[in-house]
Design a protein around this ligand. Structure first.
Ligand code: 6LW
Length: 564
């Protein structure tokens, strides 16, 4: 049976929301303290997604400085009504306060309006357009400070973008106190179906439901709840933490859900909460998730719109029954994974994976630093980080902010989207003093990351240094002298760990500094809501100085087996 591979968006893309306009599907996800905010994707078959833009694509819209990486922009919802796209989301600040806002656009590729604040308590806002054209905002409150939470609703005046009328308390979840959140509302055959997430976004996560004959309630728990969860499936299950779903129908009348999930290895995951696609059918009781298997699966049958599309580009879709003409069109080892499509794709015939003795020439699979997969932290890096004219290189001026700061460090990163990957860069940097450093970062959190950087020791000897930061303490794990300020740096990840290597441009061999166990970079160890980013950075650790690092190229290569 024609099948596709889940997740349809690998890497840290939590809290996906989806809508359809004609044959076009649009999807948005949380972006936390990364900038630009709210990545927005387009697909025609629900399986292959291409990033169109960021909804919050310009500076100054919402303040992210000072925030923990896992705070910031949470759980958006995207809907389309009467020619206008709406995205509602929340700026969550230190889990103590939040600002819910709405943005609009006539073209999802932008421009999007400035955020309009809404007087809405809590997080996870959603919109529902009723048959009479009225718009209702639902959200959950008290979940930020701790349960029991509840779902509430108010009408949104679409002309003034203002909440009006009374607040209706809809539901406290199937299990009171189980963190009811992520509400989305759908109407079918005159019945309003409310779905939500319960159990928290970790191993007890689930999709639950309630229904009502009137939009404002009362809502009665669907006794089948949870409708979808992997909380009972044990350590052999490849996908866990499933929940926070949104539904969409296709032009041929099928229903599908996007839901978040993680892929743990020995109980920990590093890639963050990813986007999984799940078939849905409807009964008189409400939606049935994964009606055949009862579970979110790594390999799932293709939506019939995808299999019916002979002109579809090759991608993650594959035929389990064996090679076909469609399969042979897929270039060997070609990666096709959302935002990085084209930029980091592995060209046909490229044999090696990870660091090699290959020369310092620009690799074919190099990054384009203008690409939509690149993010900075909490705001634009401005002139301090500048792509070179062809986009393959990067100049980074030393920023006083270290990666451990909650300001805007001179950092540009992209998501780690595959367990097995190799990232390499050629970087030139001559530190003037030991406090200056520039290099490669494996970044989970401002207080939880590893860096492989060029710096100097007290005698002025250039060095490549591997530093690990955890819980506010930085520890030097390994260092090696380098003869010039120009090196290749590499990090290779797999199920066991992340191995850091350096190669002096004048040397023939790579030197291995250390392997850090994979679980160190896990969300379980670091805490928070995000997955790993791989990035480039330069800092004077409190001083700007006038130093500058030149990244000649950066390459991210997934193991072809993870993208086939
Ligand atoms: C989001 C909440 C959640 O707002 O995590 O999955 C929060 N659950 O619904 C941040 O992603």
């Amino acid at each position: 049976m024609p099948a596709f591979r889940n997740p349809v968006l690998p890497g840290c893309y939590p809290d996906a929301s989806i809508c359809r306009v004609g044959e076009d599907f649009y999807l948005v996800t949380s972006s936390f303290a990364y900038f630009p905010g709210l990545p927005l994707f387009h697909s025609r078959d629900l399986v292959r997604w291409r990033q169109l833009t960021h909804v919050l694509d310009r500076p100054g819209l919402l303040p992210l400085e000072g925030l923990d990486v896992s705070d910031g922009i949470w759980a958006p919802t995207i809907r389309h009504h009467d020619g206008t796209f709406y995205v509602v989301s929340t700026l969550a600040v230190n889990r103590q306060g939040s600002l819910t806002f709405v943005v609009t656009a006539s073209d999802p590729a932008g421009p999007w309006s400035d955020p309009v604040p809404l007087e809405a308590e809590g997080i996870d806002p959603s919109l529902f357009f009723d048959d009479d054209g009225r718009c209702w905002l639902t959200a959950c409150r008290d979940a930020v400070q701790g349960g029991p939470g509840e779902l509430w609703m108010r009408e949104l005046d679409l002309d003034r973008l203002k909440l009006v009328g009374p607040t209706h308390v809809l539901w406290q979840g199937a299990v009171r106190g189980a963190w009811v959140e992520a509400p989305h509302l759908y109407k079918r055959n005159g019945v309003y179906h409310l779905i939500a997430a319960e159990g928290g976004t970790e191993s007890n996560h689930s999709v639950t439901a309630a229904r009502s004959d009137t939009v404002t309630g009362p809502y009665v728990t669907d006794p089948r709840s949870p409708l979808l969860t992997h909380r009972h499936r044990g350590p052999g299950e490849p996908i866990h933490n499933v929940g926070h779903a949104d539904l969409v129908d296709t032009p041929v009348g099928e229903w599908w859900a996007v839901t978040l999930g993680v892929r743990p290895i020995a109980g920990t995951h590093t890639l963050g909460r990813e986007v999984f696609l799940v078939p849905v059918t409807w009964t008189a009781h409400g939606p049935v998730f994964a009606p055949e298997s009862g579970a979110v699966r790594l390999s799932e049958r293709l939506p019939s719109i995808a299999s019916a599309r002979p002109d579809a580009e090759p991608g993650q879709a594959h035929d389990e029954s064996g090679p076909s003409d469609g399969d042979t069109a897929v270039p060997a080892g070609r990666a096709l994974f959302g935002p990085s499509e084209g930029d980091t794709a592995v060209p046909a015939g490229r044999a090696h994976f990870g660091p090699s003795d290959g020369d310092a020439a620009v690799p074919a699979g190099r990054a384009h630093f203008g690409g939509l997969e690149w993010n900075s932290l909490r705001g634009p890096v401005g002139d301090r980080v500048r792509p070179t004219a062809d986009g393959s290189g990067l100049d980074l001026d030393l920023a006083p902010e270290a990666l451990s700061s909650t300001g805007v460090p001179a950092f540009l990163g992209r998501r780690q989207q595959h367990v097995r990957f190799g990232a390499r860069t050629r970087i030139g940097f001559a530190a003037a003093r030991p406090s200056e450093e520039a290099g490669l970062a494996v970044f989970q959190h401002q207080d939880h990351h590893a860096t492989l950087a060029l710096t100097v020791d007290g005698e002025g000897q250039a060095q490549a240094v591997l530093t690990v930061r955890e819980a506010g303490t930085s520890t030097r794990r390994a260092s090696v002298p380098v003869s010039t300020g120009e090196v290749l740096l590499a990090v290779d990840g797999d199920e066991a760990g992340y191995t850091f290597r350096v190669r002096d441009l004048t040397a023939a061999q790579w030197i291995s500094l250390a392997t850090i166990e994979r679980s160190f970079f896990s969300t379980e160890r670091a805490g928070g809501f995000v997955g790993v980013y791989l990035g480039l950075y330069a800092t004077g650790n409190g001083h700007a100085g006038d130093g500058r690092a030149r990244v000649h190229w950066f390459e991210y290569q997934p193991d072809p087996a993870e993208t086939a």
